[in-house]
Design a binder for this molecule. Structure first.
Ligand SMILES: [Zn+2]
Length: 252
């Protein structure tokens, strides 16, 4: 092919691809107008978590109880982090999206999830915190070559203009998969699994941290990460996730 034509082909390649492969729903693959989105039907099946909610745990309230009223769960078992927010409840559609996110087969999915997370955590961004993804153990990262929390944090950073630092916390113990474990087993499984890295913490310069995870189930993982950072002297620590399992519901 003459160079000139090859150049034109390259230049218009993206446009041509768009014509042959129009944007599809990230869940059911129906044709849609905008890239990185769900079709109206699938979007309608997501359950966004919106106010009124517990200011500490971010769990939805049935009725508004006033801005300072925390949930019974937060009083009974106060979390080590300051605030936690999640974009959606972990239902069937959310479960499928998170499953795909984990194996990285749809990178644009992280951009979609991050848009909802940016809205859910809107109170967090103004103070300029550093985004810290929950790390995978290096063996698991090697197997999977992909950490979904890091991808979410990077997508969130693009929207919020914040910095991501995946090296503030490391996973020092290889834990079992949390799937199928009871709340108590989960707590013991992740105990001592994370450590803040003294060599990197200076980079915070007094800034707070927002821990980024894909799903919060019992919260045992983000609590252990929080404790590791608190012990290292980090002040404000908030948590953001794409989905969360409603408290008291079955673990998966
Ligand atoms: Zn769809």
């Amino acid at each position: 092919m003459p160079a000139r034509i090859a150049g034109i082909a390259r230049r218009f390649g993206a446009a041509i691809l768009d014509q042959f492969y129009p944007p599809i729903c990230l869940h059911c693959e129906a044709a849609i107008a905008d890239a990185d989105a769900l079709c109206a039907k699938c979007f309608g099946q997501l359950r966004p978590i919106t106010a009124p909610l517990c200011p500490r745990l971010g769990i939805p309230f049935e009725v508004a109880l006033g801005p300072d009223t925390v949930s019974a769960e937060a009083i009974a078992d106060p979390p080590p982090f300051d605030r936690s927010r999640s974009a959606v409840l972990y239902n069937e559609v959310a479960r499928k999206l998170v499953g795909r996110l984990k194996y990285g087969d749809r990178p644009e999915l992280a951009r979609f999830c991050a848009r909802l997370m940016a809205a859910a955590g809107h109170e967090f961004w103004e103070s300029g915190p550093v985004l810290v993804p929950v790390p995978l153990h290096r063996f698991r990262q090697f197997e999977r070559r992909y950490n979904q929390s890091t991808e979410l944090a990077r997508a969130l950073a693009k929207i919020t203009g914040l910095q991501v630092d995946p090296l503030l916390v490391s996973r020092v113990k290889r834990t079992k998969q949390q799937v199928g474990l009871t709340a108590d087993q989960r707590r013991r499984n992740v105990a001592g699994a994370f450590a803040a890295r003294a060599d990197t913490l200076g980079r915070l310069n007094g800034r707070g941290v927002v821990i980024v995870d894909d799903v919060i189930t019992t919260g045992s993982t983000v609590k252990v990460v929080t404790r590791a950072l608190k012990e290292a002297g980090v002040g404000q620590i908030d948590v953001i996730s794409f989905a969360r399992v409603p408290i008291g519901q079955g673990l998966s």
